[in-house]
Design a protein around this ligand. Structure first.
Ligand code: NAP
Length: 321
């Protein structure tokens, strides 16, 4: 569609692919952790990162699937440097184990891509007793980011190269519950609405990026944090809902972005020199975009940050992880 070709200030558009936005970039020597690289946008992001020379650590919940994907990527990009490590991002125990193992590996860390996600399942709770979409899409990534931050700070200091944290949100963050985050009703099954709860979890992603960016700027840390909407892309994301599988399988596949375009904003933020020094923004179609009013409200961002800290602490204290 012609509107997809409209170029924003970065010189890229909705129709730019991840390969196009990283054309000519050599990123040898950089290390990235990416969650959810076994499917959809995450898989294409991993392919582009290794193509540009990045050492990619694939954080996957199914390591057998992860090893297969690793081999497929090496078949396409023989010089690819890839490690596979186990991570179920819906479980704080698994996140803690991943962080410990990552630190023990001695790898540096330049880029963290919080990509893994799920959309609109029937109501269920994670093993930590948190509504599953919030647990998977936000709380796990929140704990992961905090756990890896020290390594990222050390890497940025030693290398002099700016670290980058990229968090996958969605335009649907504007279409969640009317109060944005239902602080008192996170686990309320009665009033649970699968799509609104997805919106809430994606708002959580944008709030997380905004507040973390603010804190890192205040500390003078050389790491940027941004969130993004990748576009609407026919991936496995709709697997939990029958009608959505139809919409994704037919309408989305025909009229909206393909996965090569869907991974482009993530790859731009991870690698492009044009994103250097830009932090605390919400992006779409390879350009800065406008998030919901909640994200522009520093008090709301801080309130949600404190809420996330408390939720994580409560789980860690009760389960003595
Ligand atoms: N597709 C879209 O139209 C769209 C629009 C807006 C935002 N997004 C966002 O883009 C991101 C990627 O989505 P996608 O469309 O590429 O979906 P996808 O094809 O379903 O891929 C999701 C990835 O997340 C992983 N994952 C899910 N739960 C996990 C868990 N508990 N622990 C570890 N990994 C887990 C999946 O691993 P398995 O292979 O093991 O299942 C898979 O690799 C998500 O954050 C989504 O919210 C997508």
């Amino acid at each position: 569609m012609w509107i997809f070709s409209w170029k924003g200030p970065t010189g890229f558009s909705a129709s730019s692919t991840a390969e196009e936005v990283t054309q000519g970039i050599e990123a040898y020597g950089l290390t990235a952790v990416i969650t959810g690289p076994t499917s959809g946008i995450g898989l294409e992001t991993a392919r582009i990162l290794v193509l540009r020379g990045v050492h990619v650590v694939m954080a996957v919940r199914n390591t057998t699937a992860g090893q297969k994907i690793k081999q497929q990527l090496i078949d396409q990009v023989p010089k690819a440097k890839i490690d596979v490590m186990e991570l179920d991002v819906s479980s704080l125990k698994s996140v803690g184990k991943f962080v410990t193992e990552f630190k023990a590996s001695g790898f540096p860390l330049n880029i963290l891509i919080a990509n893994a996600g799920m959309m609109a399942p029937p109501f269920s709770l994670s093993e930590d007793n948190i509504e599953l979409q919030l647990a998977t899409n936000h709380i796990g990534h929140f704990h992961l980011t905090n756990g890896l931050l020290e390594t990222m700070k050390n890497t940025a200091k030693k290398s002099g190269i700016q670290g980058r944290i990229v968090i996958l949100s969605s335009e649907l963050h504007k279409m969640g519950y009317k109060e944005g985050v239902r602080f008192d009703k996170i686990n309320d099954e009665k009033s649970y609405n699968a799509l609104l709860a997805y919106g809430q979890s994606k708002l959580a992603n944008a709030l997380h990026a905004e507040e973390l960016a603010r804190q890192l700027k205040e500390e003078g840390v050389n790491i940027t944090v941004n969130s993004l909407h990748p576009g609407v892309i026919a991936t496995n994301l709709a697997r939990h809902t029958a009608w959505m599988r139809v919409v994704f399988g037919y309408v989305v596949r025909l009229f909206l972005k393909n996965v090569e375009q869907g991974a482009s904003t993530t790859c731009y933020l991870a690698l492009h020199p044009g994103a250097k020094g830009i932090s605390g923004e919400y992006w779409a179609d390879n350009n800065i975009s406008t998030p919901s009013g909640f994200v522009n409200d520093p008090e709301f961002c801080k309130k949600f940050w404190d809420f996330s800290v408390e939720l994580v602490d409560r789980v860690l204290t009760t389960s003595a992880l």
